[in-house]
Every structure is written in structure tokens, then in C-alpha cells.
Design a protein. Structure first.
Length: 220
């Protein structure tokens, strides 16, 4: 288990000084309390794990009507009104999507089976409001607990460099990067500057930090 190995390596490095460090930390904490007062009460972290799922009869799609047609002609006006009502400022990113294109792409993949996620990574109260506005438009939907992104993904710097790509390697970008890079950057050369492990899935995922060097500018 790679994540366990990394965790144990960190613990092992501090084992000889654990008692001393704990005592010092406790002493510093008491001094801070004496000078600045007691610590504020802990505020529970908001749960952004809720999503709203739209339900539709799959028969029209089985008959040859495309999701894109249904979305542009019927669904879009109602969905936009539900997720970004007049007087409120909401973006696709705040509703769990990088862009409308990503949202539609997911609908195309799932709606022919009868359902599709409209918003995700929301607090329960906000998901309920989106659901209610969809219902007011005559659309069938429901709220469910999905995955909390804060709890699902944990990033950790590896104890040693991993993978076949060395630090400083020059790389090109694939089409998957077009959602975060503009057209000019897509054809630039990237330089690997670091890496992290994303834990929480079935297997650890190795991610690279890549810098794009331009004239007078640097973007990570």
C-alpha cells in the first residue's frame, strides 16, 4: 500500500523526537492562550457532498433523438434558471463543472440511461433549492448524497520521486488539458517542477506540477 508506506516514513522520521515535540507544542499553546485568550470553538466543516439528479424517460433517445437536441431546445432554459436564478451570481464552476461543455458532455453520456447529474458538490440546503426550481419547471429530479471532494481527495508529497518522468522533463499537452489551458498554451512546452500523490481512490494517482514558460511570464 503506497499511501501507508509514505505515512509510515513520515512517522518514522519523527519517532525519536515525538515526546519532546509534543511537550513543546503543549507549552507554546498554553502561552498563546494566556496572551490571546482561549481558542475559538471549532466550526464543523461544511458538507459539500450533495448533488441533484435529473430523471427523464430514455425512450426518445432510444428512438434516435439526441441529448444535444433535447438540451438546446427544451432543457437548457430550465436548467440555467434552476442553477443560476435571476439576482444570484452562480458559475458552472460553483455548480461542480469546469464549463457548460463538460456538463453537456456528461449528460450525453448518462441521460440516455434515464438520469443525469445537474449540480454536484453542493451543500444540502442549496441542492434542495436547485431541486425545487427544477420541480417548479415541471422536471423530475431528486437530491442525493454524492462524494464530498474535500474528503475524497487527499494530496501528499511523495517521500521520494516516483514514476518514469524525471523532474525537469519537457512535456507536451494532450487534448484532456484543453479545459484548463487556452489554445496558445495547448501547443506550448511544459516543464515538470513537482509531483503529488492523490489518495482516496481505489489506487493512488500520481499527479505532476507542470510550468509553462513564456516570454516574461510563467504559468503553473
Amino acid at each position: 500500500d503506497l499511501s501507508t508506506f509514505v505515512f509510515l516514513a513520515d512517522i518514522d522520521a519523527l519517532a525519536d523526537h515525538g515526546t519532546v515535540l509534543s511537550a513543546r507544542a503543549g507549552d507554546i499553546l498554553e502561552r498563546l492562550k494566556a496572551r490571546f485568550g482561549p481558542l475559538p470553538e471549532h466550526t464543523p466543516q461544511a458538507d459539500f457532498s450533495y448533488q441533484v439528479v435529473l430523471e427523464m424517460d430514455p425512450e426518445p433517445f432510444q428512438a434516435g433523438i439526441t441529448v444535444e437536441e433535447v438540451y438546446q431546445q427544451e432543457l437548457r432554459k430550465h436548467i440555467v434558471k434552476a442553477i443560476a436564478p435571476q439576482g444570484e451570481s452562480w458559475s458552472w464552476g460553483a455548480r461542480g463543472w469546469k464549463s457548460e461543455d463538460e456538463f453537456v458532455k456528461r449528460l450525453v453520456e448518462t441521460l440516455p440511461s434515464g438520469s443525469g447529474i445537474i449540480v454536484r458538490y453542493q451543500e444540502q440546503s442549496e441542492a434542495q433549492r436547485v431541486w425545487q426550481r427544477l420541480a417548479d419547471c415541471g422536471l423530475q429530479a431528486y437530491v442525493e448524497a454524492g462524494v464530498n471532494p474535500a474528503a475524497a481527495a487527499t494530496l501528499q508529497v511523495p517521500h521520494q520521486w516516483l514514476g518514469d518522468l524525471p523532474k525537469g522533463a519537457r512535456v507536451n499537452f494532450t487534448e484532456e488539458a484543453k479545459d484548463v489551458l487556452d489554445d496558445g498554451e495547448m501547443h506550448s512546452i511544459g516543464v515538470i517542477r513537482g509531483q503529488v500523490l492523490e489518495l482516496g481512490g481505489a489506487e493512488p494517482a500520481l499527479l505532476y506540477r507542470v510550468c509553462i514558460v513564456k516570454t516574461g511570464d510563467r504559468k503553473s
